[in-house]
Design a protein around this ligand. Structure first.
Ligand code: HEC
Ligand code: HEC
Ligand code: HEC
Ligand code: HEC
Ligand code: HEC
Length: 482
């Protein structure tokens, strides 16, 4: 009767006879304890370091698997069959025919099953945690730190900071997961070879339709009524005068059977489909087609549509409108300088009681810098020097806070390392300074159908402006019962 130790011995002998197996066995043995330990720690305690994940799932894991494959190849293919008597068909036939040897085979199978089960556990853990790692915010947002820094920073400051990157960028299902990893592999090369675009191109042409992502959480068909918006601004005068704009946004509804689609979310009602032609930046839209519930269509063309189509026809993209055509910055929200500074004043970080602080903060944050570190120092110097010269008795604690506020405004919105300046990425959900042309890409009054109807540019189509840039709007007093 053969002992189990003999079998193990012959297994190792088999490995020793092939160099490939030997190298494979060495790799497997060295990586195994680290891998197992880290995978278990990661599964239980979630290591929150992006590089740790990369070490486990992109280096140790593949090395371990490669080692195993090498052992296997070496054992079975690279040496004469008579030398490697383990698990080969002739070997099994020989041994099964002989009763006395049956015991040995049983132990061999037992050993095989045992080793395989351990490997299955390791593979399972690897696959499971690896999948989660590749879906994690830390992989998406932090692994390629400089590259994703703007998107990750903006995301962390947004209403969606608790939503995972993958919920909007990939959604559920295996197809989009695979697609994203294929394009991800290409992106890894771009990062490794330093050939990625700065800033990253937008719009994202391969983004999954919003019906599979945003609509998993939001239902504009259930919206109704208007929404009150109060926009706060500050003038660049000595008092930093606070101005308020009050408006009712006609949010409307995408229609829910009881409610007819109307207002702003009318575009995404099931019974309407709006498609358009646009340049690759989706800023120039010469032609819009509305398909109604009964299948009839209305085509709206801008004044210069014929010229644009003739000149750029081959470059124009055909697209069906969804959430992203308005909400293109639901989470990567970059402000213009004035809005960013205003926000810090509204939050009370920049102190409004400091004379001319809006104007001086604007001057400080709109300078050109070569990196965020430079900017932090530059903004501080600019503000300190000016106030030292002009208001030497100023409360220094207030000034310190305000400097931090101005630095915040810059750090959340401008990323010189990625060539992201103020306003590089435009937001479509409005019009005017903060938004560029936004809605007016279509609603500019020049997009007309053949029957002469224009896409509405009427100021009351989308909102009712109740007060515009007023110091103490009466309407707010009324609403607050004053
Ligand atoms: C709430 C949904 C949502 C989440 C969460 C989200 N994104 Fe985005 N992301 C978008 C949309 C929408 C766009 C722009 C689409 C367009 O205009 O084509 C975008 C664009 C981008 C771009 C292209 C550059 C740009 O700003 O247009 C990158 C890179 C990016 N996202 C990375 C990330 C990373 C990394 C995370 C997680 C840290 C993340 N995104 C989380 C919705 C999301
Ligand atoms: C995983 C769920 C989820 C997904 C996917 C998601 N959102 Fe949201 N969204 C939320 C939650 C939760 C909030 C509320 C956040 C809060 O107010 O704290 C929100 C808030 C919003 C708001 C209001 C923001 C504000 O300033 O108050 C808008 C607009 C929005 N989402 C649009 C989108 C768009 C467009 C997409 C697709 C690109 C999307 N969301 C994808 C969960 C999601
Ligand atoms: C035609 C442009 C447009 C489209 C398309 C659009 N939205 Fe909106 N959405 C808006 C505007 C404008 C607002 C109001 C923003 C504001 O408060 O200033 C808004 C508000 C919202 C809000 C916040 C509602 C609230 O009560 O605060 C959510 C959530 C939202 N949209 C989700 C979506 C989703 C999901 C889709 C796609 C199914 C979508 N929107 C399509 C323009 C659009
Ligand atoms: C791709 C072109 C396009 C863009 C971009 C667009 N719209 Fe529209 N919108 C249309 C078309 C087409 C109509 C239908 C014609 C009309 O009613 O004037 C329409 C109609 C509307 C209506 C009237 C809906 C109703 O009750 O009948 C509102 C409100 C509206 N849009 C708001 C917005 C807002 C707000 C934005 C920007 C956040 C926006 N739209 C961006 C194409 C567009
Ligand atoms: C197609 C829809 C649409 C039309 C038409 C439209 N607006 Fe707007 N408007 C918006 C949206 C969306 C916003 C952004 C609200 C926000 O900041 O949340 C906005 C914002 C504004 C603001 C506030 C801007 C700020 O930041 O202070 C004013 C003022 C304004 N609109 C005036 C007008 C006037 C005047 C007209 C007519 C010439 C007009 N709008 C036509 C959709 C529209």
């Amino acid at each position: 009767m053969t002992k189990i130790s003999d079998i193990i011995l012959s297994f190792f002998k088999g490995i020793a006879r092939s160099r490939v197996s030997l190298v494979g066995a060495m790799i497997t043995t060295v990586t195994f304890p680290f891998l197992l330990g880290l995978v278990i720690i990661d599964s239980w305690m979630h290591i929150d370091n992006p590089y740790m994940g990369a070490i486990i799932y992109m280096t140790l894991g593949p090395a371990f698997i490669a080692g195993l494959v090498m052992v296997f190849i070496g054992l079975f293919f690279l040496k004469g069959k008579e030398e490697v008597r383990l698990f080969t068909l002739t070997y099994l036939q020989e041994h099964f025919a002989d009763d006395t040897r049956f015991n040995r085979v049983r132990k061999l199978i037992f050993l095989g099953v045992l080793l395989t089960s351990i490997n299955f556990v390791v593979f399972g853990l690897l696959g499971y945690s690896g999948y989660h790692y590749l879906e994690s915010n830390s992989f998406c947002g932090q692994f390629c730190h400089t590259v994703m820094n703007p998107e990750y920073t903006a995301y962390q400051n947004s209403p969606h900071s608790k939503v995972h990157c993958v919920d909007c960028h990939i959604g559920s299902g295996a197809t989009w997961f695979a697609k994203s990893k294929i394009s991800g592999a290409r992106q890894l090369f771009a990062v490794a070879l330093n050939t990625y675009p700065r800033p990253i191109h937008t719009p994202v042409h391969g983004l999954r339709p919003a019906s599979d992502t945003c609509a998993e959480c939001h239902r504009p068909d259930k919206f109704h009524g208007d929404k009150l918006n109060v926009i706060e601004k500050y003038e660049e005068d000595e008092e930093n005068t606070n101005l308020k704009t009050v408006m009712l946004m006609k949010i409307g509804s995408a229609g829910s059977g009881t409610d007819k689609p109307h207002g702003i979310h009318w575009h995404v009602a099931e019974e309407n489909s709006i498609s358009y032609k646009a340049d690759p930046n989706r800023m120039i839209i010469p032609e819009v087609t509305l398909t109604k519930a009964d299948g009839s269509t209305v085509v709206y063309r801008s004044e210069d549509a014929a010229d644009v189509i003739a000149e750029e026809g081959h470059e124009l993209e055909d697209r069906t409108m969804d959430c992203i055509d308005c909400h293109n910055r639901p989470t990567h929200i970059y402000r213009q300088a004035a809005t960013a500074v205003d926000e810090e004043i509204t939050k009370g970080v920049i102190d409004r009681s400091i004379p001319f602080i809006k104007r001086q903060a604007m001057e400080a944050v709109t300078q050109k810098f070569s990196s965020q570190d430079d900017a932090m120092a530059g903004i501080e110097n600019s503000l300190r020097n000016w106030y030292k010269e002009n208001y030497p008795d100023l409360d220094q604690a207030k000034l310190d806070n305000s400097i931090a506020g101005a630095q915040n405004a810059y750090a959340k919105n401008v990323f010189p390392e990625m060539n992201l300046e103020w306003g590089t990425y435009v937001n479509h959900i409005g019009h005017g300074a903060e938004f560029d042309i936004g809605c007016f890409r279509c609603h500019d009054g020049t997009h007309e159908s053949e029957a002469g109807e224009a896409i509405s540019a009427d100021c009351t189509t989308c909102h009712t402006v109740l007060a515009e840039d007023e110091e103490d709007p009466e309407i707010l007093q009324v609403m607050q019962g004053e």
